[in-house]
Design a protein around this ligand. Structure first.
Ligand SMILES: *[C@@H]1O[C@H](CO)[C@@H](O)[C@H](O)[C@H]1NC(C)=O
Length: 274
């Protein structure tokens, strides 16, 4: 298999019976045949994915398309969200063509059970050396998607390689996704999304835009899922799964809101003001 095989980027819909929608992003380093055959590692990967309702998986290296069907089989269940539309962003603007190493595959989700009924996910897996430019360029993708679909709620997430030597402190002020305060960063620069004890870098990020979406985030639900700790793995066992931890956050469901409101104002519903 060629090492230059374009990594596959996919969004898996899985299920969870909880009071919030958990949205995750995970670089499962080089997920191909070898990992698929390693049972204990596969068990951990499936457990990690099962925690999430929407999962962005990066670095699936699978030219025979075996991994997706196998995962879908293991993740069977009811869907909480549906895909309204999707498109592959075309990186063709004059002057800065082909900034992205992997063009973002943009997905518009409908989510009937959450407070916010619809949102767009713009995924990104950068090449470390060009991550500053790629993260900045996400604003152009945002403008393009907004014009195309007239949406307000946006989630940018993935392995941005947004830390350590790849994005230095002084670079941030010239990255539009960062210097425009309408974009809210859920994973901070001080976080460690790497599994190796010897590294501490916030490579994996989640960024939101849209007041309605931002309001719907479950407070404190954003962070890193340290599966090594959660499943009591050694560093070696964890590294067999990936060198990245997933990042995630949750969105409030309408059900949670309804019961909350009831307890606050146990009165008859007033007519809605416009
Ligand atoms: C944000 O970054 C862009 C791109 O580098 C730059 O043109 C702009 O002036 C910056 N804005 C602020 C407020 O610093």
């Amino acid at each position: 298999m060629s090492p230059l095989l374009p990594p596959l980027l996919l969004l898996l819909l899985s299920t969870q019976d909880a009071l919030a929608l958990r949205i995750c992003s995970f670089n499962v380093r080089s997920f191909g045949e070898a990992k698929k055959e390693d049972r204990s590692t596969m068990d951990v990967i499936v457990k990690i994915i099962k925690r999430c309702d929407i999962m962005l998986l990066m670095e699936i290296k699978d030219s025979n398309n075996m991994i997706c069907p196998m995962l879908m089989e293991k993740l069977n269940g009811e869907k909480l969200v549906s895909v309204k539309r999707s498109y592959l962003y075309r990186d063709h603007q004059d002057g800065d063509e082909d900034v992205f190493s992997r063009e973002p595959f943009v997905v518009w989700f409908q989510s009937p059970h959450t407070v916010v009924k619809d949102f767009v996910i713009i995924p990104l897996h950068t090449t470390p050396e060009t991550s500053v430019k790629e993260i900045d360029e996400l604003v152009d993708v945002y403008v393009d998607v907004k014009k195309r679909w007239k949406r307000e709620n946006f989630i940018f997430m993935g392995d941005f390689n947004a830390g350590c030597s790849y994005v230095r402190k002084k670079a941030w002020k010239n990255i539009r996704l960062r210097n425009d305060s309408s974009f809210i960063w859920l994973i901070g620069d001080g976080e460690d999304t790497t599994v190796r004890e010897s590294t501490h870098c916030a490579y994996d990020r989640i960024v939101l835009r849209g007041p309605e979406l931002i309001d719907a985030v479950v407070p404190g639900s954003n962070g890193i899922f340290n599966f090594q700790k959660a499943y009591k793995l050694t560093e070696e066992e964890a590294l067999a799964v990936s060198d990245h931890f997933p990042v995630e956050f949750r969105l409030r469901t309408s059900r949670a809101i309804t019961s909350n409101k009831k307890s606050v104002t146990p009165k008859k519903k007033k007519p809605r003001r416009s």
